[in-house]
Structure formats: C-alpha cells, structure tokens
Design a protein around this ligand. Sequence first.
Ligand SMILES: [Zn+2]
Length: 202
Amino acid sequence: MKKIILSLLLVSTLGIMSFESYTKKTRVLIDLGHGGEDFGGKINDHLEKDIVAKIGTKIEQLNTNSEIEIHFTRTEDKQLSLTSRVELIKNLHPDLVISLHTNANQDTTKSGIECFISKNENHVSEKSLQLAQNLLTEFENKMSLRSLGVHKAPFLILNKSEVPTMLVELGYLSNKNDATYLTSEEGQEMIAKTLLNYLSKI
Ligand SMILES: [Zn+2]
C-alpha cells in the first residue's frame, strides 16, 4: 500500500512539474524614458528621468508575482538612444513593452494620464490598443487619475516594435496635482502598485 501511495505521489508531483514547465510567464519590458544628459521634463529639482527610474525601482521591489518577469531598458542613469531601445525590444521579444514618461504643458490646468500606440497598422495594433485602454482604466479606478485616452503617434519605439507596445505619459509635471503624485514617494509607490496590479491581469 505504501508503495502505491508513494508512486501515486510521484506521478502527481511529476504531473505538476510538467504542467508548471508549460505555464508561460508574462514577460514585460519596462522602458524607462530618457537618462544621462537627456533628463526629459523637469519641475523644481525633480527630473523626468529620475521619476521614471524611481517608479522602475519600486516596480522591481514590489513585484512578488512569479508569473510576471520584468525587464528594464536601463538600470542606471545613462543615455540610451531610441534605436538601442528598439534593439532591446527585438532581442527580448517580450509580451508587452511599456515606455514610462511624464508630460508637461504651458497650460498648467492640463492634467491626467494618457497612452500612445503606433500609428502603423500591424499585427499587434489591436492588442496594443486593448492593453493601453485597460491600463488607463486601471489607473482611473485605482488612483482616480483623469484618463486622456489612447492616441496614435509616429514614435520610433512604437513604430519599430513587433510586440504590443505603449508609451505612457503618467501625468503632467506642470500641473500641481499631477506633480504631487509624480514626485512623492507615496505617489510613485502607488503608480508601481497600480502597474503591477494591471500586469497580473494581462
Ligand atoms: Zn519623456
């Protein structure tokens, strides 16, 4: 009897192991905008390149979901050309690319989060649009951010990518309310948590 139980256990363990090896992880590439000499936008002492890097660090620290494998285009403060970012996407071939940025406008009342996807129609256009819409809904629900919608743009990183890709402008540094969540540690942590929550559902 013991032998039977043992072999049954063995069979079920092997079964689980082989099932696990077929479970595909979601591989995500987070592109941290700007870097090095190119600091992007700025409000007081807060630079866009640092804001997105801090959010990236939080995402890495807070990700406890073993089903989500997160990669970054840069892990240090260095300038990275758009073509090398495109090259990184090509080499990794992730399930999703999210490029993180912050916006700014002369009109300081302008606020909210928006997404950009490629202007080109290709085999991932539909998926990119759907993923971008879902991301905005997640931020509307979890952080009560104003969604400014999904737009199409001829950005190189979007046009050259062959996997679902979106560029997210997380908010306006020029707007007082947006700047508060973009530059505070609590706000950056909320953004990271909201992104991780969103990724667990894609
Ligand atoms: Zn930017």
